[in-house]
Design a protein around this ligand. Structure first.
Ligand code: NAD
Length: 370
């Protein structure tokens, strides 16, 4: 199938294109490259354009004989949305409207939409299913609810088969699809903790330590990017075989992980203690958000197979190493010298060594980051 992937040069989009190509689909990327990177578009053509440019988008749909769209292009930084709501509504809502306008009269019948658990806001229940009310607590969440509503109406009026996928926290890397772990402007928790573990004398700030959770820090549901990629494939197959209509599903791991658990996992992966400090809660942060993904699983047979914290953290370390063609070596506290070394020898050629021996370095020293 010829599939247009908006935002295909971004984090989730690049993984989605890889999975599509592996299943003999033809992914065509439209991305403004404002936040994405052209070098991750490897499985089909890239059109550098803004989805709000309806006329150009329509030309691409016709030229590439597009049959389905996966619409990921959006802004997604919650804090930024609070300070600049107009930017979020304009891109995330007007962008979706533009896609719907461009579709009219083309061969597109199927559309997957990247929605978010932000639509639920701060619900009373911590395990969330799709029947729960949408009460977003920030403009990003509002923009996703508005886009979902537009799509629901359009599915009826244009005879489209549309599925909104409400992702929880996408995490991890697939080194083949998304080379490079840590973005310059990084807002995601796990990469930030890893970065903190690599910097000498840094302190990691934890926002809030008095939530009603088992250790007082926020709990989130992390879904590995590889599992998300597979879910898109299943969803695409599902909607292309369905009659027109609208449906919505959660995608997550179903596992709640606290901020302190993330820190502890990174510490054991890099063999180094991370210094933390506790600050006030962040505006609009719910204490606990965990996905109930059973509806999607029942419909498509999908299951999250890679979404455990250990695999997620290790995938970032491997991805970062491939990106920088570097080698991290750490010497943790204690007598044993526990060394992780990750060596990149080109695409696909990765060596990861875990070694324990005795050494002279003082405890906790970062030996080298090259
Ligand atoms: N990452 C997560 O944990 C998460 C969770 C829930 C939902 N989502 C949603 O998934 C989608 C993808 O997220 P991501 O993490 O890959 O983000 P990302 O920033 O890595 O990718 C978004 C891509 O969209 C492009 N883009 C943005 N606005 C555009 C426009 N108007 N026209 C063309 N291209 C545009 C950017 O250049 C970027 O390449 C977003 O819709 C986001 O809201 C992400």
């Amino acid at each position: 199938m010829n599939v247009l992937v908006t935002g295909g040069a971004g984090y989730i989009g690049s993984q989605t294109c890889k999975v599509l190509a592996e299943s003999k689909h033809y992914p065509v990327v439209v991305d403004s490259l404002e936040l994405g990177r052209s070098e991750v578009v490897r499985w089909g053509p890239l059109y550098k354009l803004d989805v709000r440019d309806t006329a150009s988008l329509r030309e691409v749909l016709i030229k590439e004989r597009i049959e389905a769209i996966i619409h990921l292009a959006a802004y997604s930084r919650v804090e930024e949305s609070i300070f600049n709501p107009r930017k979020y509504l304009d891109n995330n809502v007007r962008g979706t409207l533009s896609i719907l306008s461009a579709i009219v009269g083309t061969g597109v019948r199927n559309l997957l939409f990247s929605s978010s658990c932000a639509v639920y806001g701060s619900p009373a229940e911590s395990v969330i299913d799709e029947k729960m009310d949408c009460c977003p607590v920030n403009p990003y969440g509002v923009s996703k609810v508005m886009a979902e509503n537009l799509l629901k109406v359009a599915s009826e009026q244009l005879g489209l088969s549309v599925m909104s996928l409400r992702y929880f926290n996408a995490a991890g890397l697939d080194a083949e699809a998304t080379p490079g772990g840590l973005n310059q402007v990084e807002t995601r928790l796990i990469p930030l903790v890893i970065r903190s573990s690599l910097e000498a004398n840094s302190k990691f700030l934890i926002n809030g330590s008095d939530y009603l959770t088992h250790d007082g820090t926020c709990i989130r549901d992390y879904i590995h990017i590889k599992d998300l990629g597979q879910a898109h494939l299943r969803a695409l197959e599902q909607i292309s075989e369905s009659s027109p209509g609208y449906s919505v599903f959660n995608l997550g791991s179903g596992i709640g992980t606290s901020v302190l658990q993330v820190i502890s996992e990174v510490e054991s992966a890099v063999g180094r203690k991370i210094s933390v400090e506790f600050g006030p809660r962040r505006l609009g942060d719910a204490p606990e958000l965990i996905a109930n993904w059973t509806s999607f699983s029942k419909l498509t047979g999908w299951r999250p197979n890679h979404s455990n914290l250990t695999e997620i953290v290790r995938s970032y370390l491997i991805g970062e190493t491939l990106n920088q063609k570097s080698c991290f070596e750490f010497r943790p506290s204690g007598d044993a010298l526990h060394e992780i070394s990750l060596h990149s020898s080109g695409r696909g050629g990765l060596e990861m060594k875990l070694r324990e021996n005795q050494g002279n370095a003082s405890s906790g020293d970062l030996v080298s980051v090259r």
